[in-house]
Design a protein around this ligand. Sequence first.
Ligand SMILES: [Zn+2]
Length: 254
Amino acid sequence: MAMIEWLRGNRRERGSDTLCQGETPAALRIGDHLLPVELRRLRHARRITLRLAPDGAAVRLTLPPWVPAHEALAFANARRDWLAAQITRLPRSEPPGPGGSIAYRGMPVTIDWDATFARRPALEGDRIVIGGPRESLATRLVRWLEDEARRVLAADLAAYCAAADRPVPALALSRAQRRWGSCAACGTIRINWRLIMAPDAVRRSVVAHEVAHLVHFDHSPAFHAMLASLFEGSIDQANAWLKQHGRGLYAPFG
Ligand SMILES: [Zn+2]
């Protein structure tokens, strides 16, 4: 299913796209779900396109500039049965358990759990060895991933700040549902903890993007030139990975 990524910057970087700001926010009730409707105008769109967000959390409409918002909403409203069917088809996400696997820096890692093992998780080759109660296994796995994210992201941040000749700003882990990274005017950089599950190059591209914002607080050509000089890999490939697999990082733990 096609989707729109909400990686910070993408919206503005597509020169031909504009957001429908100022239009009334709408929501559709579908069964037990009240879903926000996200309208997006595309200059080159020739028709209205309706999608359920891959995580089922929103209804997305793209529309040509000349179509009034109410018409697009009526279009979605008339297709509530279709949306309801899409919702029932969403994969049920259950946190991975013993014998299952999680992704760690782009590699699958098997969960080797036994109540008698040490509580503190330890990475041993392609296994994560973890003890403690079964009921809190998922919580402790998330905590471990977050600790790893903090450690690895701090190293990424220090390296890119050195390259950009900027002091290292405060780093905060974000639990945002739609953003991979952000850079506040006060200098704090927030990075989504789930990126610890993505390949190193993908995670690092997001850190490099935010560090480039410490110098250029926009998405100007100068910003992109800086990002290209900071990041050692291909930004296009990293963005393509996020577009294709990014939502999947929300599957195991929500
Ligand atoms: Zn940006």
